[in-house]
Design a protein around this ligand. Structure first.
Ligand code: ADP
Length: 178
């Protein structure tokens, strides 16, 4: 693929709960006690032990990420990230979204994990325009990988072919010299 993406990064269309990676990221809400969308799917696939562990975490603020085990998921761990609710774009949404990606990568590295899969955080119920969110996701991951020596492998796991096309367009844009 002729994008900035190299062997360390890929874009796929899949149900994130099926991925046998080290870490999958959850687009959680501040309670960290489950919800709809990808959050509901992850809790269903992981089983009730996930909710038990989440109850011990005390919630999280937007931009924060907390890690749990993966229980019945094929993934070893879940990084629960609280994305921003889209409120027009001038309420710090971009910085909050970037923080989700950065903190998830930092925690992955700190635990010695190598492979991490992200859903398109905030672009479902939270209403973040997908093209803008995809740009922040990819820029933040690129900047992180450039500054880290950890052998991380990052997967952007889109849930529909349309979302995947947007991510691929953004990847091509990011190939342009800065
Ligand atoms: P948010 O509240 O952060 O917007 P949502 O779960 O509503 O979270 O949506 C975030 C993204 O996750 C959307 O792009 C949605 O299509 C996607 N999604 C929903 N279910 C799954 C799944 N099982 N695997 C991967 N992505 C999913």
């Amino acid at each position: 693929m002729s994008t900035w993406l190299d062997r360390r990064v890929e874009i796929i269309t899949a149900d994130i709960t099926t991925l046998a990676v080290d870490v999958i990221v959850n687009a959680a809400n501040p309670s960290l006690l489950g919800g709809g969308g990808v959050d509901g799917a992850i809790h269903r696939a992981a089983g009730p032990e996930l909710l038990e562990e989440c109850r011990t975490l005390g919630g999280a603020r937007p931009g924060e990420v907390k890690m749990t085990r993966g229980y019945r998921l094929p993934a070893k761990a879940v990084a629960h990230a609280v994305g921003p609710i889209w409120r027009g774009g001038d309420h710090g949404e971009a910085e909050t979204l970037a923080s989700c990606y950065r903190r998830a990568l930092e925690l992955t590295e700190a635990h010695g994990y190598r492979t991490i899969a992200f859903p398109s955080i905030s672009t479902g119920a939270y209403g973040y325009p997908i093209q803008q969110a995809a740009r922040i996701a990819q820029q933040t991951v690129r900047d992180y990988l450039e500054s880290s020596r950890a052998p991380l492998h990052v997967i952007f796991c889109c849930f529909s072919p349309g979302d995947t096309r947007v991510y691929e367009e953004v990847a091509r844009e990011l190939l342009q010299p800065r």
